[in-house]
Design a protein around this ligand. Sequence first.
Ligand SMILES: Cc1ncc(COP(=O)(O)O)c(C=O)c1O
Length: 311
Amino acid sequence: MLSDRINSLPASATLTMAAKARELKSQGVDIIGLSLGEPDFNTPEFIKDAAIQAVKDNYNSYSPVDGYADLKEAICSKFKRDNGLDYKPSQVVVSTGAKQSIANLCMVLLNPGDEVLLPAPYWVSYSAIATLAEAKSIIIPSSIETDFKITPKQLEAAITPKTKLVMFNSPNNPSGTIYTEAEYRALGKVLEKFPDIYILSDEIYELINYGKPHFSIAAIPALYDRTITVNGVAKAFAMTGWRIGYIGAPEWIAKACNKMQGQITSGANCIAQRATIAAVNAPVSEIQYMVDEFKSRRTLILNLLSEIPWY
Ligand SMILES: Cc1ncc(COP(=O)(O)O)c(C=O)c1O
């Protein structure tokens, strides 16, 4: 009796794996879950303090659907400071996690049969959300030879008259690869020839970066008007459960996402929004200790892997 919509939707593979790991753990199995991209740190004290203050200041009412005005201002300053991007508050929509930001975008932009280009490997939810929007996912493979990045030639070959959206994710989940400015500019040259294609740039892992400069594809002037930059506080600030993500987008797209969200969830959690102001205003140095720790674990694993003999 369920709808075709839900029947065609795969269960979130990561959430299913995480549930399995939790179940095994509760049975006493010694298991390390590597499914969710979830920092094992506590949310930094200055962010918790901002949340406690918000409770005391009686932030308990519905917020504007697209987020508090001062949070959107803070997000615009972050985009300018870290990414060199000029967004006005009217171009920003705050959502219940970057996942909702991406779902909003797909629901407002895609029509049945539209094609969405997914450079692989990609975060599993992209294709599921595209399916929910009745669009077709077109996977563009990559390999270790190109550091798990697609080439301009591959991008151009995947484009058809039905292509509506391409989803980039840098730094990438799961590969960790990062597109350089030069690589994005080369891909941008292809996209310049196809003005009807939109670009989603998921930059949720922007700050978990071990030294390569981060580049936002929306900083390419010819692409700015059709790029939706997605970010959030889950990963860099150890705030996965607080559920705050956001977009910077052309105003007409932000307006449509606001309308969609207004009919589904309304504004994101008010306390988490207040805490997010503290997070996005903080200098990146405030969270460097977590990035340093992730980096040293990565080095450890790489060294251990290199000790395994190859036969
Ligand atoms: C690439 C990528 N984008 C978006 C998200 C979702 O972020 P949020 O927790 O803000 O919804 C994740 C979470 O795993 C992710 O890996």
